[in-house]
Structure formats: C-alpha cells, structure tokens
Design a protein around this ligand. Structure first.
Ligand SMILES: Nc1ncnc2c1ncn2[C@@H]1O[C@H](COP(=O)(O)OP(=O)(O)OP(=O)(O)O)[C@@H](O)[C@H]1O
Ligand SMILES: [Mg+2]
Length: 435
C-alpha cells in the first residue's frame, strides 16, 4: 500500500466509520465453558497408490520414511503419531519441511483421512465423520489460519471476518456483532470498513485470525500462520496470539518450522521428523533434556537464555552471620562464589565473596563483618537467564529473592555452564543424519 492510498478519501472514510463502530461496540466478553481437546492415537498417513499395503506394514515395523520411499515408492506423511493436546493449551508442532506437520494438522479437520489410527476432537473420532456432521464440527469447533490468508479482495474487512458466520446462516446483526468482537481482539476494529488491499500483510493476517475467532471456536488450527511475516511483525503477532490465548483459553494447534517461534509461544512443543514424533515437552524440557541428538542439533541454535529460569541454575544459599569467623566463612563458600548475610526477616543485606574475603584476611581481618559489601544484585527465581544477563555481567553472585527472602545463590559461572551444557550434550550423541 502506498502512502497516498493511506491518505486517500476512501481510506479516511472507512477509518472514520471503523472508529464510529469501535466507539459504541462493547468490549468482548467470553464466559463460556471451554472445550477443545485433540488426541491423535497411533496415526499413520501414507501417500501413494496402496496406502494400506506394504508401506504401512513397513512403517508399523519402524522403518524410516527414506527407506519406505526407496522400497515402495510410497511417501510416509505420518507414522505412529500420538499426541494429546489439552484444553486451552498452545501446542506447537515443529519440524523441517516434509516432516509431516501440515499432514498432522490436516488430520484434525479431516482435510486428510488417516491410513490407520484415530483422531479425537473432544469425544468424537473426527475420522469417522463425513458430510454435514463433519462440516458442523469444523464450523462450530474449529477456526483455521494458514500462511496464505486468502481474504476475499472485494469484501471489506468486517464482511471477510463474518464470512464463516454468513455461510452458517447466522443473521446479520449477530454476525456483525461477533465479527466486531473478533476484530477488537486483534486490534483492528477501526479497520472494519477497509478493503483488504488497504491493509499491510501483518494486518491482513490479523484479519485472518479474527475470521478464525469470529465463530468463537474452541480450537484454533494455525499452519505456518506467521511464517510469511517480517520478524518484527511476527513477534508482535506471537505476542498477540499469546495474549488472546490467555484471555480466551482456546486450544491452539500451531505449526511452525521455526524452533525459536515454537519455544517462544508453545506451552508444549512437539518435534517431528520424517513423519514421526521425536519429542514432546515444554520449551524448557526440549532445551535442557533433548530426547535425541536430532533435537539437540536443533536446540544448539536457539537462544536458550530466553527460556531457562534462574531457579534451574541457582544453588542453595547457605547464608552466614556477620559475626562469623572470616577464615571459616571463606572456606564455606565452596563453589558459590559468594554468600549472603541475612537480616531478621531472611532478606539478604550484605554479601561476602571469595575475593573480598581473601583480601580482607590478607589485611589482617578476622570477622565476616570486615569484608562485606552491600552493592549486590537481586533477581527472582522465575526470571529467565536473559533477563538477568546484565546483572550477571558484573561477575558477582546474585541473590535470588522471593517474597523478600533469600531462596538461592546465582553464580554467573553457573549460567555460562548451563548455557554450554546442551552443546556438550550434542558432542556426546552420535550425530544423526538430517533427512
Ligand atoms: N497430497 C500428498 N500427496 C503425496 N505426498 C504428500 C501429500 N501431502 C504431503 N505429502 C508428503 O508428505 C510429507 C509430509 O508433508 P507435509 O506437508 O506434512 O510436510 P510439512 O512438515 O508441513 O512441510 P513444510 O514445512 O514444507 O510445510 C512430505 O514428504 C510430502 O511430500
Ligand atoms: Mg506444511
């Protein structure tokens, strides 16, 4: 969109109308009981002329996609996929191109039928449905957002958002209501009357998200929904999606090939390779306990400081008293790099480091109080390593404080060690070959 299009009369007229609508539209209120669980049980999807033939048997016997393709000329889309997605969870499937992510999400709305296994949405095996019943479940329970947001170019934003409701035969007032609520969720109520061509790519993708939200589905299916966006816009969209999810508690199945994105937004992440699930875990588990060398390889490129929390790295505090013997206190520090003196409420008030202690001993000091310093940093146990990176840069121990009390000691060297840990893990695994 060029600047002149932004300032043209059509744009302003539509922005004004949007403002007018936004002004009297109430804030969205969703207070329904949320449902929306998804369970894939022993799911296989084979592409080829005889999907239930030898290729399936070979896949069930554990052979790899590459082998099966070479032997039978059939493509393994999914093999023995078991995934249990909870209500209100933001569940991310991540993997390289061809690993089966899109195939997996398509079994959930039955754009693909499975070769073996079942796919449960709440208490319905979606794969047994067809015709109207299938359509009804898709429309009522699922909203979908894909990478290429096919908005209708000749319909304005609100009509695009309301399209699904229109198809369902919802009357006009109600669908405009729902569409406005959905637009306000993605911050676009002012653009209700704009045409898609007047919006940037990020805004169009927001409209796509609003469209998926308009029918208030319990499940959102998002396949590479943000992959075509610029990094900055993409981050904004991720933040908004997380905020929407917090508010509405939808079950979101989100597909990406970007591990950073997966770890950033996922409550849990499922890593796929060659149609099989390699690991399912929280971002932290994926980073700190990669199930195989394959996952570890992925993980080494990730900025781990973003997900590892202080409490994973801190050690027991072992506080001392200001009146203790300095020589004994220095010996007691061990690998803590420093220890704290507490006040009557258990809050840290001063710190003794090994270096300060040794200097003071050399000067002839004998009591802890002669070597203390008070210029130490504090952090909380649930802060991430990145958040406290600047404090750690001083090289001094950090007091981990919760509810005003000292709960741990954080040694900057331990942070470095933790961040290097996954790298050494990789070395200890046999390197697997990428597909
Ligand atoms: N309709 C189809 N016919 C034949 N093979 C297919 C079909 N759809 C997918 N495949 C194959 O199944 C495998 C998994 O494909 P899928 O689209 O699920 O991968 P993906 O993980 O989504 O990859 P990408 O990141 O490129 O989107 C691939 O090898 C693909 O070639
Ligand atoms: Mg795909």
């Amino acid at each position: 969109m060029t600047p002149s299009e932004y300032t043209g009369p059509a744009f302003w007229a539509s922005a004004f109308l949007g403002d007018y609508l936004a002004f009297w539209w109430p804030e969205p209120t969703y207070i329904e009981i949320v449902t929306g669980t998804i369970r894939l049980e022993g799911v296989y999807k084979i592409f080829g002329e005889q999907p239930r033939g030898r290729a399936l048997e070979l896949a069930q016997a554990g052979h790899s996609k590459t082998e099966i393709q070479a032997w039978t000329d059939h493509v393994v889309g999914l093999a023995d996929v078991n995934v249990d997605i909870r209500q209100g969870e933001l569940f991310v499937i991540m993997g390289l191109s061809g690993s089966g992510k899109s195939t997996a999400i398509r079994t959930v709305n039955q754009l693909h039928s499975v070769t073996a296994g079942s796919v449960w949405v709440d208490d319905v095996d979606i794969q047994t449905l067809s015709g109207r019943a299938l359509q009804a479940v898709r429309r009522e329970k699922m909203g979908m957002v894909f990478q290429h947001f096919a908005l209708f170019p000749h319909r304005n934003v609100i009509d695009n958002v309301a399209y699904g409701l229109e198809v369902q035969g919802v009357d006009k007032t109600e669908r405009v209501n729902s569409a406005m609520e959905a637009l306000s969720l993605v911050g676009l109520q002012r653009y209700a009357m704009s045409m898609p061509s007047q919006l940037s790519g990020g805004m169009q993708q927001r409209v796509g998200l609003a469209r998926a939200l308009a029918s208030d589905p319990s499940i959102l299916l998002m396949d590479e929904a943000f992959s075509a966006l610029d990094p900055l816009i993409r981050r904004q969209m991720q933040d908004e999606l997380m905020a929407i999810q917090q508010q509405l508690k939808k079950t979101i199945l989100f597909i990406t090939h970007d591990l950073n994105e997966a770890l950033r937004i996922g409550d849990r992440v499922c890593i796929m390779r060659g149609g099989r699930v390699v690991q399912i875990g929280t971002p932290e588990e994926i980073l700190t306990k990669p199930a195989s060398g394959y996952v570890a390889e992925f993980v080494q490129d990730v900025d781990q400081g973003r997900v590892i929390e202080v409490q994973e790295v801190m050690v027991e505090p072992a506080p001392i008293a200001a009146t203790d013997s300095l020589a004994a206190a220095v010996r007691s520090i061990e690998d803590r790099a420093g220890v704290f003196v507490l006040d009557a409420n258990g809050a840290p008030e001063a710190m003794l480091t090994v270096a300060d202690g040794l200097d003071a001993l050399e000067r002839g000091a004998s009591v802890v109080s002669e070597a203390l310093r008070t210029d130490f940093e504090r952090c909380g146990p649930r802060q991430t390593l990145n958040e406290i990176y600047a404090s750690a840069g001083r090289g001094l121990p950090i007091a981990v404080v919760e509810d005003g009390k000292l709960v741990g000691n954080l040694d900057p060297r331990h942070i470095m060690k933790e961040l290097g840990r996954v790298e050494s893990l990789i070395d200890s695994f046999e390197r697997e070959v990428f597909l």
